[in-house]
Structure formats: structure tokens, C-alpha cells
Write a protein that binds this ligand. Sequence first.
Ligand code: IFM
Length: 478
Amino acid sequence: MTSDQQSSASSTSSTTTSATVAAPRDLSEVRFPEGFVWGTATASYQVEGAVAEDGRGPSIWDTFSHTPGKVLGGDTGDVADDHYHRYPEDISLMADLGISHYRFSLAWPRIQPEGRGQLNGAGVDFYSRLVDSLLERGVQPWVTLYHWDLPQALEDAGGWPERDTAERFAEYAAAVQQRLGDRVTNWTTLNEPWCSAFLGYANGVHAPGRTEGPAAVRAAHHLLLGHGLAARALREQGAEEVGITVNLYPVDPATDSAADRDAARRIDGLMNRVFLDPLLRGAYPDDLVKDLSSVVGTDHVHEGDLAVISTPLDFLGVNYYSRHVVRAGTATGAPSTWVGSEDVEFVKRGLPQTAMGWEIDPDGLHETLTRVWREYDAPPLYVTENGAAFDDEVTPDGRVRDEPRRSYLERHFAAAHRALTEGVDLRGYFVWSLLDNFEWALGYSKRFGLVHVDFETQRRILKDSGHWYAEVTRANGL
Ligand code: IFM
């Protein structure tokens, strides 16, 4: 995107820019710009359940979670939060939280059970009802088209390592926008393509569970291509705001040695620049292409692909959870996420961690936002996910006193605000997650919600952090 395109994208958006955000003297003075978007996020397979209802086809996550040994405790998304049936109650909770936006994903196999062809009317109707109910309660729908639940039929045909999957994705995106585009203005093509490509096809901890490094690199390219093709199709059909969400990490070397600095460069390439550069500069980074040359060639990158992939964005979603600190080490021979850099080791710094074992590093959010803003010609940014899992407990009085989550969020909101005061055009923030839900390979063992869910009874309880978040959204500040 050129500077002209960027300023035109900015000027057509409904929210104000960050130019006038003053630096606060303390947390109580942290105020976000007028129109700042406050939201919560979920994803279809993590919350919906109802996997065999109303014509939904199987996804790779149904297959994977039903394969013994793949998900902790044998958990599956068969019921999850039963959001498919309980969405009216969940929308009431959103209203209690005072959020203006709800970020959710569409289950592609609910809409196209086989991943191609005619739409399943009952699946579309579900999302249509959801959108209508949100709008009735004054909550704007923020739709993600793909949050990892690929129709199994497409995986059977080769999955994301095959170019055809990108074409199928664009068709699905265009078809669904025709049905919901009269009420949905914000369209995110993909959530965290890094996870789909590298956790799904390189180390296999996510569906479809393949451990083929070269296939993972091809998958990353076809995810990007699918994004670009879909973005163009959505635009041509008049979609107002089109973007993508990537998960980014600052990557630091453990020491100043040349070997550790090179390890950090390589992981930054595989984690961040592999997506940011094609999307925002129209090219893969030279050093990454060189790093991967012994693993996979570039035959899968066709002429014109990068122009499609770098179709201008109206916004970029950034998901942030922690920082990577790395050193050069020795490959173990086990399937690795880090294709071609299997020798790199990840180092802990002894910081407090969430229940995921992720070190808590709010400065990393500030660093990520300012880096994207300064190093790339980026469109307006949104934090589309940030949040934390902790081992919550319901006390006998029916409360969840999750002070660690409240404090985590407060520190990250303050870090995002700091980026705003430095000129980053950050337009909104979505907390992950609205509800405790199916945390992928870790099943129901990790709770990220602002709302506690009893998975036996489906009873919901707004946690203390949720009550606090409601104050933040109403005050538009801390
Ligand atoms: O639960 C996930 C979500 O689906 C994608 N981003 C990270 C979250 C926490 O792991």
C-alpha cells in the first residue's frame, strides 16, 4: 500500500486517528481516542458446538480432535460452549460488557459442507440470525472468514499445501459476503495463518496434524494467496473494510553473540516477516527465501501471486501474547515448527507466566505495534486478540476473582495506549476471549474467558475481570 492509499484508507474509516492522544501521568489518566473499538473475540470451532447439526460438514478439527492422543483429555469441540444455541445469552453478556464489537469466525464447513459448491442455507441462516441479534443489541459484527476449521473434504484433496484450496477459499468468501454483506462491514480473511501453516503442517500439534516442513511453507503461501484472492473478491462486491489478522512476536537474541543474533533473525523471518512482507511490501524477505532454499523451492510461488497477496488492506489485525527469546542450539530431530531452523532453542527469562506457560510481557505489545507502524507502510491497526489463561476458580459465593487476568489486561491496555501516544494508528482492541472455550490441542484445560463457563452445565459467570472490562469500555480508558 502506498502512502496515498494509506491516508485514503484512514480517512474513509469511521474512527479517529491517534494524532492527538496525550501521554498520561498515571494509569488513571489513560484515555483512548473517541470511537476506539472495544470488543471481545471467539472462534467457531472453539465455542459453537453443534458440529453435526443443520447440515454442517466435518472440519479438520473434528477429525483431529476425534483422533486419540491429539487433544489433551480426548476433548473435542462437539459441544464446546454450545454458542450455536446459546448465542442470545452470550450477546446479553456482551451488552453487559459494554463492548461495541464482537469478533467471531464463520465455520466454513457449516456454510459449504464440502468446501465447494452450493451454500448450506441452514448454516448461512445461523450466521444471519447471529448478525441480526448482535445488531439489535448495538454490537457490530466483526467477521473472520477462516479461523482454522478447514472442511475435511478440502484436506482430503491436499489441504492448504495445494493451490486449489486458495481458490476455493476465495469463492467461499465471495459467496458468504453476498449473503451477509448487507449487514457486515468488517471482513477479516484469515486468523493467524502462521498457526494454520506451521502448527498444522510442520510440527503437527494442530489439525490436520501433518509433519511435513516443505508442505507447511507451501501452505503459508497458499493461505496468503487465498487471502489476497478473497480480499479482491470482497472489494469488488463492495465490502467496506477488508483485512487480515496475524500473530506477531518480538524476537530477541538470548545473547549478543553472532549465532544468537542470527537465530533471532531467522525466527523473526519465519514468524513475522513471512507474512508482513508479502502483505505489506509485496515480496518475501530475501534472507528467508535463502534460509528455506534447502527445504523447499519457490515453484509454488507463481508470477503475479505477490501482487494479489499485497492487495491494499483497510486494516491489519495484530494478535499478541508474548515475546520469543532465542539462541542457536542443536536440532533434536523431533518435528519442529521452525522449518529450516530446527536448531533454534527458545529461552525463558524467568518472568511471571500465564497458565499457558507464556511469559507476561506487555512491553512486547508496544514494541510489536510500533515496529509494524514504523517499518511497514501499514494500514490502521487493531489488536484483534490479547488475553490470558489462568487457573480460575469459582468461589462458594459464585464469583471468579481473577485478579491476575485483570492486571494482565490493564498492563497490556496501557502498553497499547503508549503506542497510540507515539503516533501508531491503533483503532481498537479485542480481548481474547469472551468465553472460556476449547483451547485447541489443550482442550478445555485452559481458560481465557472474561466469562467463566461450566462445561458440564453451560452456566456462564462474568468474572471479576469482565466486570472491570465493562468499566474500561464505558470510560474508554483505565
Ligand atoms: O485460542 C487461541 C485462538 O484461537 C487464536 N489465538 C491464540 C488463542 C490462545 O491460544
